[in-house]
Ligand binder design. Structure first.
Ligand code: SAH
Ligand code: SF4
Ligand code: F3S
Length: 451
């Protein structure tokens, strides 16, 4: 079988969450038949796609500064007689402010929202004739997934797999329900077909993605889907993200205790430890209900690592509310987390709330929260020292002869090991722990399969 060599160069820059990472891969897939091959820098490219994120103001502003640079690059490239650089803006900023993008940066050829990128080939062909098309607005993930083939060209031993999109929760700070639309789940058969295709190409671990992945509404819910995927030969590890506390049902909790392939790591955002603030956020859970939930999950899977998302400086947050957040973090003992300063997003209810918190106060709270989170992360990592953990090797490390893999708890593990172990799950004796990674040695060469 011979594939024709790519004639055109495609550069995709991805911002935001894992779903954007998945979407970027799929965009590369749909553009490949048109002769586009991936390149790792915008210089010399024929087409650049910015797959954007709208979640915080900073993420959005980055897009406009990047577009300014691309416009200059296009000019320089044209003057040097190079290829004409096509510029596409995709993702959540495209969805939320497509018209503004066109107005602020006329160099943009095409704006395409997260539910429309399967139409890229056609749009690009049309853009050659008349620039300035904008395709976003309609939320129909169904049409997109129908158009995308489940046959993918994975590039590693782990892969993301979108199973659910959109959100109906309308937390008062968040733009996602507006950029990704309402909750929608892919049929289990389609997910299974994609997972099988991945496993056949050497993928050993999939991370099921959704804005509210545990709201997966296919038959049997997320627990059923996990059990079904666990049966696929070669697929040894399953993870999922991001979950909402409201959808952490008993069936899913039970799966954590029973399904060996389901990894003992759970990203369960809580945002705040103050019930006042949680109510104002429209989170539909309390600090107490979150704690009870964690208790139940740990009863099913005692060694599970819990991570979370936190927002500091939500409108109206007082010192006492912030202290309650620190208290909750200590009680749960989060092994990792993402923490953010509240960012005022136009059009969301919280943007118009009284009691907006001063930037300096947000900075101080974020620093204090991070200090606690980092301390806990370090403690969690340090607790692995001396243990033997199954590690899935993913790629070469920075040092010669070194491989990098992941523990069941999603920690990076650095080990001196031969390349042929990439894609294998091998027992590693953990010797050292740092805040962001572990280091260890192969437990016994006797277990290694021959080359
Ligand atoms: N669906 C997921 C997370 C989506 S966004 C969930 O419900 O948890 C990822 C994280 O970004 C959120 O959990 C929240 O912590 C953060 N975030 C969202 N909007 C934000 C805003 N306006 N300012 C600061 N952080 C925000
Ligand atoms: Fe945003 Fe809340 Fe939906 Fe998560 S659950 S995507 S934070 S609105
Ligand atoms: Fe950002 Fe859109 Fe993801 S706003 S976090 S890229 S869903």
């Amino acid at each position: 079988m011979s594939e024709t060599a790519p004639r055109k160069r495609l550069y995709i820059k991805t911002y935001g969450c894992q779903m954007n990472v998945y979407d970027s891969e799929r965009m590369a897939d749909v553009l490949s038949p048109l002769g586009y091959g991936m390149t790792d820098s915008p210089e010399g490219a024929d087409l650049v796609v910015l797959n954007t994120c709208h979640i915080r103001e900073k993420a959005t502003e980055k897009v406009y500064s990047e577009l300014g640079k691309l416009k200059e690059l296009r000019q320089a490239q044209a003057e040097a007689g190079g290829p004409r650089l096509g510029i596409v803006v995709a993702g959540c900023v495209a969805q939320a402010e497509g018209e503004e993008i066109m107005r602020r940066q006329p160099a943009v050829d095409l704006v395409v929202g997260p539910q429309a990128y399967h139409q890229l080939p056609e749009l690009i062909a049309r853009a050659h004739r008349a620039r300035g098309e904008r395709l976003a607005a309609d939320f129909a993930p169904e049409e997109k997934f129908d158009a995308l083939s489940t046959a993918r060209r994975p590039t590693g031993v782990t892969a993301f797999l979108t199973v659910q999109e959109g959100c109906d929760k309308f937390c008062t700070f968040c733009v996602v329900p507006y950029t990704r639309g309402g909750e929608w789940s892919r049929p289990a058969e389609a997910v299974e077909a994609e997972a099988r295709a991945l496993a056949e190409k050497g993928v050993r671990e999939v991370t099921l993605l959704g804005q509210n992945v545990n709201a997966y509404a296919g038959e049997g819910g997320l627990a059923g889907l996990v059990r079904q995927l666990a049966k696929i030969p070669g697929l040894d590890r399953i993870r999922y993200t991001t979950s909402h506390p409201r959808h952490m049902d008993d069936a899913l909790i039970a799966a954590h205790g029973e399904v060996e392939e389901l990894m003992p790591y759970l990203h369960l955002p809580v945002q705040s430890g103050s019930d006042r603030i949680l109510r104002a956020m429209n989170r539909a859970h309390t600090a107490e209900s979150y704690l009870r939930l964690i208790e139940k999950i740990r009863a099913a899977r005692p060694d599970i690592a819990i991570s979370g998302d936190f927002i500091v400086g939500f409108p109206g947050e007082r010192d006492a509310d912030f202290e309650a957040t620190l208290q909750l973090v200590r009680e749960v003992g989060h092994a990792g987390a993402f923490s953010f300063k509240y960012s005022r997003r136009p059009g969301t209810p919280a943007a118009a709330m009284p009691g907006q918190v001063a930037e300096a106060v947000k900075d101080e709270r974020l620093a204090r929260l991070n200090a606690v989170l980092e301390e806990q992360q370090m403690a969690f990592n340090a607790a692995q020292a001396g243990k033997a953990l199954p590690v899935l090797f993913e790629k070469r490390g920075r040092h010669p002869g070194q491989l990098i893999g992941r523990s069941p708890y999603l920690q990076s593990v650095h080990v001196q090991a031969p390349d042929r172990l990439i894609g294998q799950i091998v027992t590693v004796k953990i010797e050292e722990a740092a805040r962001n990674s572990l280091a260890g040695v192969l437990a016994s060469t006797g277990e290694l399969e021959p080359a």
